[in-house]
Design a protein around this ligand. Structure first.
Ligand SMILES: [Zn+2]
Length: 177
């Protein structure tokens, strides 16, 4: 796959150069917006056009399940970078229906970890539900992330924070928080 990627990249870069599309643009989000969403493959090239965003418009953060785990502040760190340091005004947590992080079972995860050679002591050292961030319900998970961002002392209080759920097939959005 690596060779294919590099071959494609050489052509892509040349095409953009030929079209004059390689000119620098600002790294600041033009629309002063940050989106926090799931790494689900179906959202690639769906979420941004479904919300009316293009290249240069927004900062986008992704993880497995758009989850902000307890005692795990990396998402909050990135939102603080966006809002405190880069002056973004709005944050949208965009979950989606049919999320893989709701469908995983603890026993299956444990079996997969064992099969893939994860050391037993490493498996036993974690609470699998908490460490992987398994969720019970996509809507509740979005509400929880919104609450954690609103409660965080590191996110300025004038930042607007919204929660949404997206259909990963149609791209339709509903506002839930
Ligand atoms: Zn997902």
């Amino acid at each position: 796959m690596l060779e294919k990627i590099l071959e494609h990249n050489r052509k892509y870069v040349q095409e953009r150069k030929d079209l004059g599309e390689d000119k620098p643009i600002s790294g600041h989000a033009h629309k002063d917006i940050m989106v926090f969403t799931c790494m689900d493959t179906r959202l690639v090239e769906l979420l941004e056009p479904a919300m009316g965003f293009g290249r240069g418009d927004i900062k986008i953060l992704k993880n497995a399940g758009n989850i902000i785990r307890d005692n795990c502040s990396d998402v909050i760190r990135s939102v603080a970078v966006g809002t405190v340091l880069m002056d973004l005004k709005e944050v949208y947590v965009v979950g989606h229906s049919d999320c893989g992080m709701r469908k995983q079972k603890i026993e299956d995860i444990k079996a997969k970890m064992e099969k893939r050679g994860i050391p037993t002591d490493a498996i036993n050292a974690i609470d699998i539900r908490e460490w992987f961030g398994l969720i019970q319900d996509e809507t509740e998970n979005v509400k929880d992330a919104v609450l954690k961002l609103k409660d965080s002392p590191y996110i300025p209080k004038d930042v607007k924070i919204y929660g949404m759920l997206m259909d990963p097939n149609s791209g339709e959005i509903s506002v839930i928080a």
